[in-house]
Design a protein around this ligand. Structure first.
Ligand SMILES: [Zn+2]
Ligand SMILES: [Zn+2]
Length: 338
């Protein structure tokens, strides 16, 4: 018999199966790691892709979730950045080697040995986790634990996507979920005009986009009233790539902000001609996180959330899958969350 402390966790034991509630030993922080008592963890579309087996080779069994907010409950050897009691966020990028050509070139998001929270490392659908302190993010004080959680991926990846659009003034956003709702506020704050594209007929989603400051909102099958300078696609729908290319001006860019997308249908070279470009956003860097957490409280970015108890993680995932979610689902793990 062991009297080691245990925690509740929602565990992925096999892809394409629901998560199962398990009692697991509380993880102990190794050198350079902090142990966090988790308060909230937001649900990301990437979590769905992992559960649905659309991303290769996850750690199994796995605790998914990479938008974690908690308080430091213990520190491992050599930890200097954080101390017990501090509130900390854990994002998707969990570890890099620091020595590959990408890391050395300031592109640690592309590190060939990168490890990812809630994918190749255990994440936040649990009561405790451990994380390398170097990749943790302090949480701005103005946010509650629930409000802050979606900033950690929807916010960070959204921000990286936004930066890739450069100085675009007229910005299209396809797929108006968590990331779009956050990043459209930043874009409007920066003086850009946002054109929001939802699923055709989703008038509630379009209304939501207008409430957050979008200049125009319509279905993804519609053409915007003006030619766009750039577009970001958050929906995992490859057919939106040619649609977005058709909506942007020459020299414009289409940024694909998701980790997974259905196949892109073939399209006429005319859509790409005129120095239009298409790129993806992969992961994030610590610099992205620091910049975004600086900007978010200045806007101030407000997140729209719907909370679920940890044990209802499968329901939260299904709600996201159904598309019937404005903003982000957030799992609440402890009664300490507010
Ligand atoms: Zn590297
Ligand atoms: Zn994510």
């Amino acid at each position: 018999m062991s009297d080691k402390p245990t925690m509740r966790a929602m565990v992925l034991e096999q892809a394409r199966h629901p998560l199962v509630l398990r009692d697991l030993p509380v993880p102990e922080p190794g050198p350079g790691q902090v142990q966090l008592k988790i308060h909230t963890c937001a649900v990301c579309r990437t979590d769905l892709h992992v559960v649905d087996g659309e991303l290769p080779d996850p750690k199994l069994p796995l605790i998914i979730g990479h938008q974690i907010v908690g308080h430091v409950s213990r520190v491992g050897e050599g930890v200097t950045r954080f101390s017990v009691g501090q509130r900390v966020g854990v994002p998707w990028l969990g570890w890099t080697d620091g020595v590959c050509s990408y890391c050395l070139a300031g592109q640690e998001n592309l590190c060939i040995h990168a490890r990812f929270t809630g994918y190749t490392l255990d994440g936040g659908y649990a009561e405790f986790t451990v994380a390398d302190e170097r990749y943790c993010v302090p949480i701005p004080e103005i946010y509650s634990d629930v409000e802050a959680a979606p900033l950690l991926c929807a916010g960070l990846i959204g921000y990286r996507s936004l930066v890739k659009t450069g100085e675009a003034k007229r910005l299209g956003i396809y797929g108006f979920g968590g990331a779009a709702s956050i990043i459209s506020q930043v874009a409007v704050h920066q003086g850009r005009s946002v054109y929001a594209f939802t699923r055709p007929g989703d008038t509630e989603g379009q209304q939501f986009a207008r409430e957050l400051g979008s200049t125009w909102a319509g279905g993804s099958d519609q053409r915007p009233p003006e030619e766009l300078d750039a577009a970001i696609i958050f929906a995992p729908v490859g057919a939106l790539v040619p649609a977005a290319l058709a909506a942007i001006r020459t020299g414009g860019i289409v940024v694909c902000g998701g980790i997974h997308m259905s196949d892109i249908p073939s399209f006429s070279y005319d859509l790409l001609w005129g120095e239009r470009s298409v790129c993806s956003v992969a992961n994030l860097t610590r610099k992205d996180a620091a910049e975004f957490m600086e900007i978010a409280p200045k806007v101030p970015v407000r997140t729209t959330t719907r909370t679920f108890p940890l044990e209802q993680a499968n329901e939260a995932l299904n709600t996201l899958r159904s598309g019937k979610l404005e903003g982000s689902a957030v799992l609440v793990t402890t009664s300490g969350a507010f």
